[in-house]
Design a protein around this ligand. Structure first.
Ligand code: NAD
Length: 464
């Protein structure tokens, strides 16, 4: 892959290769390699399987109480009522948001949380306090890495919303800091805890799919109303990324669950990617028609990124938040014995009979038999527990917070480690690099220095 000129000559023939203006393309690829090498650091992978002391009652501080922070706050109610955790501090630069969150908290927790508000740096005072074990970060993307690093430097475990980083240098900084401070740093990817994704994972683990070859995931969600609203996101932070960058900015809802299916970081690893964006029309046209000033948009309406793993499996990841396409994370998995595709969930089982025509998804009854038999044990257990509690995104947010707190209570490795979060997030800057270089392949750094190539059981399959 590194010698592109010879590679292209081999597959296209010399004449064709020269018509592609290879000299400039070869330079671009060397630039890419130089660019990636520039940020590389000497991490060790030491946070694999990391266990810290058990914490009977996890003391939580939350930074960012906008849409997401206020939803996640409600997810803690069960664990608070069980005495497994306490929300001790709330921070947001906007005082009113902290006040609203404090009111919500008072509906299920007797002790009041301390408030930190009124400036962009008020959260730092919260992080300085000694009585906090875990800092939960639900702020705009640009704050995720600095807040995570600051919290780890001050002795706190970190749970951060997606994506935890969007530059390569931030990804390396996070790995280095977690390794040096020995703090958990989990990117909380809720889609890994969704009923459908866990059902698919459980079938894969039980051998129903045979050997996997290909997967597809996505974040296809019409966010135009949210991004163009002057009030939905604080300071309209989200659309500013679309105005200035082009690539896949929201990789992790698709790639998180796929990583569990493919055992990425648990026996296989991402190798390289190539990425392509369509032209942009939809967000800018809508902005124009609604009188929004955001009429100059750089990000294409649809980004498609293809990845290959070291063991030869492929991943297709899409990103479209500009168009009216109905919501989808695709959730397609192809194996030697079965295929699944989501939206809505359907299953094909290869019974070994070779047909010329007539391949069909399982009928409803048969599908339901599989759905019942292979429901993930975690979902079976938590469905009963969670009755009467707010669920968040159909239940996955509740399950995610329950698992996070329980693992900390028991002193277990968390379901995902720092390398998972940064390798899923790193796909964003790498996709931008590929898009900007006529979709040239870009190697994906190995942040854990080979530790992820060792086959180990998935933490998310443990009973907790
Ligand atoms: N996993 C999911 O399903 C999901 C869903 C929605 C959002 N998110 C993620 O959650 C994050 C927040 O999104 P949102 O929709 O809640 O945005 P939002 O704008 O509603 O909330 C962000 C909050 O952070 C606060 N903030 C900004 N800078 C701050 C600072 N320096 N100090 C303290 N507070 C600060 C803002 O005042 C605001 O209240 C994003 O990373 C987003 O990607 C994830």
């Amino acid at each position: 892959m590194l010698n592109r000129k010879n590679f292209l000559k081999t597959i296209l023939g010399a004449g064709m290769a020269s018509s592609l203006n290879l000299s400039s393309r070869t330079n671009v690829n060397h630039d890419i390699l130089d660019e990636i090498a520039k940020y590389s650091r000497s991490t060790s992978g030491s946070m694999y399987g990391y266990q810290d002391e058990a914490i009977d009652k996890v003391r939580v501080g939350i930074i960012g109480l906008g849409n997401r922070g206020s939803t996640l706050l409600q997810m803690f109610r069960y664990n608070v009522e069980q005495g497994d955790c306490e929300i001790v501090a709330l921070a947001d630069k906007v005082e009113n948001k902290v006040n609203k969150a404090a009111e919500e908290l008072s509906s299920f927790q007797k002790n009041k949380a301390r408030s930190y508000a009124g400036s962009e740096d008020a959260w730092k005072k919260m992080v300085h306090q000694d009585d906090i074990d875990l800092v939960l970060i639900t702020t705009p993307w640009s704050w995720h890495t600095p807040m995570s690093i600051y919290a780890m430097e001050h002795g706190k475990h970190v749970a951060c919303e997606v994506p935890i980083a969007y530059t390569l240098s931030d990804c390396w900084d996070l790995a280095e800091t977690a390794e040096r401070t020995k703090r958990h740093c989990i990117m909380i990817e809720n889609c890994c805890y969704n009923d459908e994704e866990l059902f698919v994972l459980n079938m894969i683990e039980k051998g129903i799919f045979g050997d996997l070859t290909h997967t597809e995931g996505a974040y296809i969600h019409d966010l135009r109303a949210h991004m163009l609203s002057e009030t939905y996101y604080e300071d309209q932070w989200r659309i500013q990324h679309h105005a200035s960058r082009d690539g896949n900015f929201y990789t992790t809802h698709g790639l998180g669950p796929i990583s569990t299916y493919l055992h990425l970081g648990r026996g296989d690893e991402l190798d390289y990617l190539t990425s392509m964006s369509s032209r942009e029309l939809n967000l800018s046209q809508t902005a124009n028609s609604k009188g929004s000033p955001y009429t100059d948009i750089k990000c294409g309406d649809m980004n498609t990124t293809m990845m290959k793993t070291k063991k030869g499996k492929t991943i297709m990841l899409q990103f479209d938040v500009h168009t009216a396409s109905p919501y989808s994370r695709i959730n397609k998995v192809v194996g030697t014995k079965a295929v699944h595709q989501g939206y809505p969930s359907k299953l094909y089982i290869d019974d070994g009979e070779l047909l010329y025509w007539g391949h069909k998804w399982l009928d409803e009854d048969k599908y339901n038999e599989y759905r019942t038999e292979y429901r993930h044990p975690m979902i079976k257990k938590l469905k009963t527990i969670s009755e009467g509690f707010k669920q968040g995104h159909g239940g996955m947010d509740f399950v995610m917070i329950y698992r996070l707190i329980k693992c900390l209570n028991l002193g277990l490795p968390l379901d995902f480690n720092v390398y998972d979060g940064i390798s899923w997030s790193a796909v964003t800057p790498l996709s931008e690099l590929s898009v900007a270089s006529s979709s040239l392949p870009v190697p994906i750094p190995d942040f854990a220095k080979g530790k992820g190539s060792v086959a180990t059981p998935l933490e998310i399959m443990r009973e907790v």
